[in-house]
Design a protein around this ligand. Structure first.
Ligand SMILES: C[S@@+](CC[C@H](N)C(=O)[O-])C[C@H]1O[C@@H](n2cnc3c(N)ncnc32)[C@H](O)[C@@H]1O
Length: 327
């Protein structure tokens, strides 16, 4: 990955941008508390190079009132119309969703959203699988371990900076085995394409992940929000799909993870959330970032793999008589 991130010392040398409550072209950080649809109507057309968001899933979280799937999707359509209007012709929308579950039946939300975005003439570039190793344990189906990010572009001429998000190749020493390049390296010196399966630690802090000391130490971003983005998930989209000083918008920004990802890489950011307590945490996190004190998991840091020596990786004594362990 190309490293253009400002160091803590550099950050302290720059005048700190102010957070505005409403859109103005001079601002670099706009953070609004209120309903997204109302707020989006105040944003000019064609300005956002990246709209990245995770909408409410209609699953009865503390910030939403559960309703029928049809009513829920109908309520999202006017918001999506506004987002498409605001999106730059060279821009992208990354729509991150999981499942709606009713009477134990699973409804993958991306299937339903795909049809809405397609109706607005957007073009799907990837359906990214965000895989995480931990979560709730299901008893009547296989446990869910991924959510998706639908990446749409508005046109065929869209920003895509693959070199900025390449990851280390597993076998960088691989060579061409025939032809005029025989014996020469076959990969890319900047690394490989990260593919459409992204393994990042999810925010399933309540699921036991935090019982593993090293993982806890590795993931310092937890706030009061029940399902915030890991900042590194947004960073990859920011780097790949925008350039410096472009506008990034999160219409359901929660505690501001997408805004921070944008600021880290010197983009201008807009966020909106209806919950005052999330907005105040977002403001604190942005202030921490600007002061160089934000706690954050570094982009690209490998997901922790248990060594087997941790207490939580040991078979409990109570189980030892019940299971046979293959040698
Ligand atoms: C899945 S969360 C997004 C979390 C966010 N990605 C983060 O990193 O914190 C969805 C958010 O949508 C907000 N929300 C729900 N309905 C809204 C509305 N009508 N207008 C604005 N925000 C809304 C909720 O308060 C919640 O924070």
């Amino acid at each position: 990955m190309v490293n253009k991130v400002k160091s803590q010392t550099e950050l302290s040398l720059f005048p700190k941008p102010k957070i505005s409550d409403c859109f103005s072209v001079e601002s670099r950080i706009i953070l609004h508390q209120g309903d997204s649809y109302d707020f989006l109507k105040t944003i000019p057309s064609n300005i956002a190079m990246l709209i990245i968001t995770s909408p409410p899933y209609n699953v009865g979280k503390e910030y939403e009132t559960r309703t029928s799937m049809q009513a829920y999707l109908e309520s999202q359509e006017p918001v999506i119309d506004q987002l498409v209007r605001i999106l730059n012709d060279k821009g992208s929308i990354c729509w991150q969703v999981g499942n709606f579950v009713e009477d134990s039946e699973v409804f993958p939300l991306d299937i339903f959203y795909y049809n809405i975005f397609k109706k607005k003439q957007l073009k799907l570039r990837n359906r990214i699988i965000w895989h995480f190793g931990h979560g709730l344990h299901a008893s009547k189906r296989f446990s869910g371990r991924y959510e998706t990010v639908l990446w749409f572009s508005k046109s065929d001429d869209y920003v895509f900076n693959l070199d900025d998000v390449r990851i280390p190749a597993k076998y960088p020493g691989k060579t061409h085995f025939k032809g005029k390049n025989k014996g020469k390296p076959s990969g890319n010196p900047l690394g490989k394409n990260p593919s459409d399966i992204w393994e990042l630690i999810a925010n399933e802090w309540g699921s036991g992940l935090w019982n593993i000391p090293n993982v806890k130490a590795n993931h310092p971003e937890k706030t009061i929000h029940p399902c915030q983005f890991p900042i590194e998930l947004v960073e990859r989209c920011v780097l790949a799909l925008t350039n410096e000083n472009d506008w990034i918008l999160d219409s359901y920004c929660g505690v501001g993870s997408a805004l921070i990802a944008g600021l880290i890489h010197n983009r201008k950011v807009i966020g909106c959330d209806k919950e005052a307590n999330y907005i105040s945490v977002a403001k604190e996190r942005i202030a921490d970032f600007l002061n160089g004190t934000l706690k954050k998991r570094p982009l690209g840091k490998p997901v922790y793999v248990a060594t087997g020596r941790e207490k939580v990786a040991q078979i409990p004594n109570e189980w030892k008589s019940q299971i046979s362990i293959d040698k």
